[in-house]
Design a protein around this ligand. Structure first.
Ligand SMILES: Nc1ncnc2c1ncn2[C@@H]1O[C@H](COP(=O)(O)OP(=O)(O)OP(=O)(O)O)[C@@H](O)[C@H]1O
Length: 330
């Protein structure tokens, strides 16, 4: 028997590691665009899942934004059926009319559709093809925009998507490995024109910044950026836990948060408490920024009798009687 190409083996090992601890139950579903990353992931999952006694299916989303998008989706579906993935679904989403830029709107519509399909099929998990290189780009972009630890932690290897675990098995696999795996397996991945479109910051980081960093600092840069994300994520988990306990402690019996107790917290914990409380009040997480948390913090540590802090979602928070209290203007 011919030796298995190292990238194919590495991707299968990564998928096995992600699936092995899932509780028994429904199929795992690969979210596949037809690009090299998710195609290599789908091929590996089709191989690994049955050997773990589990069904593996695939879902592809047609955003209807590019010419030929329906044909791309149909080609992915045909291939998936040929390699024995089941169930296989193609979902068409409507992106126009959603808030935010076109990229954000497409992502939001895609995750909504993926969550719906996963719930309808009783999926045990949804798998995406994000790689170490996507993670390195995410960390660099976060650094460049001055993000805090939440941004620097990059993408989690596992998170909840409306009750279904979303897994990223390839977060430690290099993009060149998914390309090579596809070539070895005779697969022809789709090239997303957005990935090379210099009007997107991520595409510029991918095409120019990371290659320049690798030339200047050596090939370990990509692994190192991904490692930074893992290290920061581990610290975040502890700080989030501390903040959860602190939030319970600073709640005032009559509602709101006690200012004096908040002021006694270390700043790193207080910021998280205020962030968590704002989310609890109904501020949409995607719109909640450092600026909003700073405005809340100023009511605690920079009090000069100022007016309310404004939060996204039409919420205002003011300081009164030694407490932070929310007013809902929605
Ligand atoms: N149209 C789509 N349908 C289903 N899943 C998708 C679609 N687009 C993206 N995904 C999922 O999200 C992951 C990240 O997509 P993104 O476009 O950000 O990265 P990418 O590096 O171009 O990935 P790929 O090479 O797999 O397209 C993909 O690997 C795939 O799992």
């Amino acid at each position: 028997m011919a030796a298995l190409a190292p990238p194919v083996a590495a991707i299968r090992v990564a998928v096995r590691r992600a699936l092995i601890d899932l509780p028994p139950g429904g199929p795992v579903l690969v979210a596949c665009s037809g690009g090299a990353d998710s195609l290599a992931l789908a091929a590996a999952t089709a191989f690994v899942a049955p050997r773990l006694g589990r069904a593996a299916g695939l879902v592809t989303v047609d955003h209807g934004l590019q010419e030929g998008s329906a044909q791309r989706a149909a080609a992915v579906v045909r291939w998936a059926r040929e390699v024995g993935l089941a169930p296989v679904e193609s979902v068409r989403v409507e992106v126009a009319g959603r808030p935010g830029g076109p990229e954000a709107a497409a992502r939001e519509a895609r995750y909504r559709a993926l969550a719906d399909v996963a719930a309808r099929l009783g999926a045990a998990a949804l798998l995406t093809g994000h790689t170490r290189d996507d993670q390195a780009e995410t960390v660099l972009l976060a650094l460049a925009r001055g993000a805090g630890p939440r941004g620097l932690a990059g993408m989690p290897v596992r998170r909840d998507l409306d009750g279904v675990p979303l897994l990223r098995p390839l977060l430690e696999v290099g993009r060149e490995q998914t390309r090579t795996a596809c070539a070895v397996l005779g697969l022809s991945p789709w090239e997303d024109p957005h990935n090379a479109d210099p009007s997107y910051a991520r595409a510029r980081v991918r095409a120019d910044v990371l290659p320049a960093l690798v030339r200047a600092l050596g090939p370990g840069v990509l692994d190192n950026l991904a490692r930074t994300a893992r290290l920061v994520a581990a610290d975040n988990a502890v700080l989030d836990e501390l903040a959860g306990a602190a939030l319970a402690d600073v709640r005032h019996p009559d509602g709101g948060l006690a200012v004096r107790a908040l002021a006694d917290l270390p700043p790193a914990v207080r910021g998280r408490v205020l962030h968590a409380w704002a989310r609890e009040l109904g501020a949409p997480p995607a719109a909640l920024s450092h600026r909003h948390v700073t405005a809340l913090d100023a009511l605690v540590t920079g009090w000069r009798g100022q007016g309310p802090a404004h939060l996204p979602g039409g919420l205002r928070v003011l300081r009164r009687d030694g407490r932070l209290a929310a007013i809902d203007f929605r």
